[in-house]
Ligand binder design. Structure first.
Ligand SMILES: *Cc1c(COP(=O)(O)O)cnc(C)c1O
Length: 814
């Protein structure tokens, strides 16, 4: 490890020789790049050591296929991983450079929408930390998730040009470029004995270039790779047009080639069936499979015979499910294997994680689209389906209903390919992401496939990396824990936090904990003032936090109705004794999701009214921070007192925001949904506020027939707040601005059952209010949350995947 002097010299050398800057003229961005390159030198050394050891030992590897990686910033994570944090601080101090300004110069790598992409990022932190050999494949989007601004309360989307100035973490390896075919048609070619074989011809070619991002383990020398593909037109593609003098035609083709990896689709849990999205999926899967096959044949002399012994491929949701067919096609058509052998290798290599039960999120592609883009793949899907239908026929003779639901093809006006069914059939293991979700997956979503493949379904409850989500984001609490326990082992073994349990009732520990929380809240208050037009909030108020994608099922509008109820109670009784609260929101809506955008505007305009209303004596403040992203989450979470996890039961597969907030000592107010159920089990019923309908009660109410009007008529306060938001009170001069929101709750049938959960939610919030008045009791509960959520470390999750799905041994460097 370099000394402070050596590290300082390395920063200066990169500043001058790599960036051609002199220190006096260097910007924060320059210092960030130069320091990152100095850290990268150390990481690249470890990377080479790791990769050459893995190749020499021909270890079994995990290849993780994910369309999204929501990494955030890498600077601090890489400093922590290499143990260079203090060295870098001191070196920068000696150079007269402010450390936090350097941190803040880094733009987030926002190559994901939300939970799914962030999970992949946490998994890679744990994989490297636990010395598991792994490569993460994905897309190197030119534009990550859009930047969000608010204009008159409306969400406005701006492009996220995260890499216009390049990224110091990335290395492009042109030698591993791939050519990927698309379109064309299938013809049958006959050999000299009259056997015909299908051949995919007249295809268009796309060039894939790999961009490698190193992922360094914490407290170990292992460095794994993310290998992200960018798309290009092949050189000869435009050369012909260029030579014939058609410059415009040549640039048009070049642009078409680059368009595939141009932008991340900003839809979280909604499928919009766009052709380019399927092209993206096929492109990155095809590049990745070719690359991992190349690596296998490089390291292994046995070729396909031991492929499945050396290669585990995980599908993160159905986005890469086309891998089932592409792997088959490569083996059948390009490597000349027989069907049975190819199918055996495919199903022994692949496994699939399901992330949602929401019907609108289940991917389906029109058969005509498939036919046009991937004609050979469609043929193979029909062949797999033929075999699948035979098997259904054997298990359930004459039961055509069973065949219909299992089929890879959905019949209808337009036939559709069901990617989830394809992923289940082509994988050896399918997992859900929380106990409740896995149960519903087998009982509600895939009961027939679960019966057809007994033992195929498993649970792997999600987790979060304690490095980013405690050590890095909450240095005050992390230092307190380390000092209290007398060691730092908790950073690699989160169950060590149990030691804090016995201290939770000591007044000195409680006071220290609350002082840390208050300092974090004071820091967040500065960010709120900066980003919410000078809004002033008190760090002595209760910080009530809901941060996640905006979606009806997550019910930010339930939170809003409760805020309106509190506001109304205060207007009617200004003396009302309530604990002062700051409601903190952060959420992006998919650009085409009109109701979600309407909810954002409603929260913003209600916030403006409440924040300006002097009659309520500052007892309520509402801060909607724009542009939710990982680096902002890292600033909000350490400052949260209360964590809102209020989805309609059965809709949130797991949640991971719930885990981050509990780990940082926020108490959860939540429904019995996703991993909330398991958080309740871990922290105990006295240390969490559970309310609302269960999955069974939701189903019963729906079966009985749910009419929101009945609930609305029976509750005077609920009626008042629903009508208030539906009126023009919060949008004067603009008639019916919130009619869509109002309509969704009444005439629209309230599909996410906001109204029946309102009163139980309001009651639970009153319990929160009472509890917070006793600061010692609150502190004890918060400390017990920190102490008892060790289960939700992604290290635990990854060990379970490695042992129970991937059969992947760790390979620590000697
Ligand atoms: C953790 C995280 C999420 C997921 O939050 P949920 O509350 O589980 O939906 C989404 N976005 C970002 C930036 C995150 O850090």
């Amino acid at each position: 490890m370099p000394t402070v002097d050596a590290f300082r010299d390395s920063i200066l050398r990169h500043l001058t020789s790599t960036l051609a800057r002199y220190p006096a003229g260097a910007t924060s961005h320059d210092w960030w790049v130069a320091t990152s390159l100095a850290v990268r030198d150390e990481i690249h050394e470890r990377l080479i050591a790791t990769q050459s050891a893995h190749a020499a030992q021909n270890v079994r590897r995990l290849y993780y296929l994910s369309m999204e990686y929501l990494i955030g910033r890498l600077f601090e994570a890489n400093l922590h991983a290499t143990g260079l944090t203090e060295v870098a601080r001191e070196a920068l101090a000696e150079l007269g450079v402010d450390y936090t300004r350097v941190l803040d110069a880094e733009l987030d790598m926002g190559l994901g929408n939300g939970g799914l992409g962030r999970l992949a990022a946490c998994f890679f932190d744990s994989l490297a930390t636990l010395d598991y050999p792994a490569v993460g494949y994905g897309m190197y989007y030119e534009f990550g998730l859009f930047r969000q601004e608010f204009v008159d309360g409306h969400q406005v989307e701006q492009p996220d040009r995260w890499r216009v100035f390049g990224s110091p973490w990335e290395v492009m390896h042109g030698e591993y470029a791939q050519q990927i075919p698309l379109y064309g048609r299938v013809e049958n070619v006959f050999d000299d004995r009259g056997h015909s074989t299908p051949r995919w011809v007249e295809t268009k070619q796309i060039l894939g270039l790999p961009h490698d991002i190193p992922i360094a383990g914490y407290g170990t020398r292992t460095v794994n790779l993310l290998r992200l593909w960018s798309s290009h037109a092949p050189d000869d593609f435009d050369l012909a047009a260029f030579n014939s003098g058609s410059y415009e035609e040549a640039t048009r083709k070049k642009q078409a080639g680059e368009s595939i990896s141009k932008v991340l689709y900003p839809n979280d849990k909604t499928e919009n069936g766009k052709a380019l999205r399927l092209v993206q999926q096929y492109f990155f899967v095809a590049c990745s499979l070719r690359d991992l096959i190349r690596r296998h044949f490089r390291d292994s002399r046995n070729g396909w015979a031991n492929f499945a012994d050396k290669v585990a491929i995980q599908l993160n949701d159905t986005h890469p499910a086309i891998a089932v067919v592409e792997l088959m096609r490569l083996m059948l058509d390009e490597h000349r294997l027989g069907w049975d052998e190819a199918w055996g290798i495919t199903t022994r290599s692949l496994s699939y994680t399901n992330h949602t039960l929401l019907p609108e999120a289940l991917e389906k592609w029109g058969v005509p689209l498939f036919e046009r883009l991937l004609p050979r793949h469609l043929q193979l899907i029909y062949e797999i389906n033929h075999w699948l239908m035979q098997r259904c026929g054997e298990v359930w003779p004459h039961d055509h209903a069973k065949q219909r639901v299992c089929s890879l093809i959905e019949e209808g006006d337009e036939k559709m390919v069901r990617m989830a069914n394809l992923a289940v059939v082509g994988s050896h293991t399918v997992n859900g992401v929380a106990a409740l979700h896995t149960e519903l997956l087998q009982k509600e979503l895939f009961p027939e496939l679960a019966a057809l493949y007994p033992g195929k379904f498993q649970n792997k409850t999600n987790g979060i990396t304690p490095r980013r989500w405690l050590l890095q984001c909450n240095p005050r609490l992390a230092a307190f824990i380390t000092a209290t326990l007398g060691h730092e082992r908790w950073t690699r073994d989160l169950d060590q936090l149990r030691e804090l349990e016995k201290l939770a009732h000591q007044p000195a520990v409680q006071r220290e904990f609350m002082a840390i929380k208050r300092a974090n809240k004071a820091e967040l208050a500065e960010i709120i003032a900066r980003d919410c037009d000078g809004l002033v909030v008190s760090p002595d108020a209760l910080f009530d936090v809901q941060i996640k994608r905006l979606h009806e099922y997550k019910r930010q509008h339930l939170n809003l109705l409760h805020i309106l109820a509190l506001y109304r109670r205060l207007l009617q009784n200004p003396q009302l004794d309530i604990v002062p609260r700051v409601f903190v929101f952060a959420a992006k809506a998919a650009p085409g999701y009109d109701l979600a955008k309407n909810i954002i505007r409603a929260i913003n305009l209600v916030a403006a009214r409440i924040n300006a209303d002097e009659r309520i004596g500052g007892k309520l403040k509402v801060a909607f921070l724009p542009n939710y992203r990982v680096s902002l989450a890292e600033k909000i979470i350490p400052a949260a007192d209360l964590s809102e996890q209020i989805s309609t039961a059965g809709k949130e597969a797991s949640g991971t925001g719930n885990m981050k907030l509990a780990l940082n000592g926020a108490l959860t107010i939540g429904t019995l949904d996703g991993a909330n159920v398991e958080i309740l089990e871990e922290v105990g019923p006295d240390n969490i506020f559970i309310f609302g309908m269960s999955v069974e009660e939701v189903a019963e109410l729906r079966a009985r027939g749910y009419y929101p009007r009945g609930v609305y008529e029976a509750d005077e306060e609920l009626r008042a707040v629903v009508d208030w938001i539906g009126s023009d009170y919060f949008c004067p001069g603009e008639h019916g601005a919130f009619a869509p929101l109002h309509h969704s709750l009444l005439g629209g049938g309230d599909p996410f059952m906001v109204l029946p959960d309102f009163r139980p939610y309001s009651d639970a919030q009153q319990a929160v209010d009472r509890c917070y008045r006793d600061q010692a009791a609150w502190a004890a509960k918060a400390i017990l949350n920190v102490a008892r959520v060790g289960k939700f470390s992604s290290d635990r999750t990854i060990r379970e995947y490695a042992e129970q799905i991937w059969r992947l041994p760790a390979a620590p460097l000697a």
